[in-house]
Design a protein around this ligand. Sequence first.
Ligand SMILES: [Zn+2]
Length: 448
Amino acid sequence: MNDDLIARGVAAASDTSVVQVGRGVVADTGTILRDSLFADGRDALVVADDRTWQAAGRAVQESLRAAGIRVHDPLVFPGHPVLYAALETCDVVQARLAETGALGVAVGSGTINDLVKLASGRLEQPYAVVGTAASMDGYSGFGAPMSSQGVKVTMPCPAPAVVIIDLDVTAAAPPSMVASGYGDLSAKIPAGADWILSDTIGLDPIDPLAWQLVQSGVSEALSRPEALAAGDPDAYAGLVSGLVLSGLAMQVYRGTRPASGAEHYFSHLWELDHLGADWDPPLSHGHKVAIGTLAMSAFYERFLARDLAALDIEAAVSHWASWDVVEADIRSRFTGALADHAVGETAVKYVDPAGLRARLTRFVDAWGELRPRLEAQLVPARTLQTMLRSAGAPATPEEIGLSAEDVRTTFPRAMYYRSRYTVLDLAREAGWFDDLVAEVFAPGGLWT
Ligand SMILES: [Zn+2]
């Protein structure tokens, strides 16, 4: 089923034309790329780090050569300390690609892929990635998160033309990497619920193909956490496909909505605080996302414990905070440029009292149909916590260096951080936000 879905995703994707996932496919890299990326006879430059060179890079280089592709000396970065996706490093990759005239073949996971993706995008040339770990859903996505002088920005650039992932290689990667990919994929559960809510009020209409790509394989992909943690290559098929499909869904939708909701904003905000950046290895994207996902799953549980159909809309409208009050609250929770950013983002989704009345009326009217959809989409927070733990992913704030209180104070920040509409906004509009956050952290809660 996944192969068929991947084929449909590739057919609709803007940038990616070949996806090959399977056991032992690294050995076929040369023939796959000779008939696709290098069909015009261009040279190849393999980009890796010491670890990924050992894991797959050398085999890729040999496979390319055996297939008759002219390969340059590989660009291999040190494996330790862990390589950062920094613009200065991207410049190095870009310069080597430009001076050789070669097309890039990234062999690695998040960072190596992002570096070659951005360097190739700047040179307006396609590239291929051979993924070495099931660590995140960015292999098949566009855009590259980069740090530049301490600030993290996502640079626009196309997704890879060719994605090759060998399940034997991913199964042999460090266990924390699969735990990260597992966390990133678990995010699609609350993210899907947020998308349903946004679609209901016409903000981000659900695209049926993008939805199917990202959501249909999630439960299967998350169903064998112990086997993943144990390094069983066959268990990786579902997870790797799920991560690749998530990236394809973003290409089809031309946006990140299919793959992320409020749970990702927790992760982004912690990343801006450099949480775990000095750990060895640095705290991964998926590990932060896992805690954001649990926070949002617990919030959704408290939300669904109430009956939105019985909401007193006029009372909610009469208590609706004016924009000045909202802006003051945002500025009390953020500093500097981030405060201006959050004000701008929140203004996009802020409505006046008449707009609020219309929005809440829409939700109340739709609630009979919406509620079962949300319940079918979500997984109880404690169930998800057990699954994450089995996969080796963090299941408590302390495991990523935070306290429950840190997560609690991130809730309003996550609401204000982006213009994307989520259940946090609906809760605020209904007048429930503070109470629901308090309930998540009340005695007997997930982390208390
Ligand atoms: Zn993610």
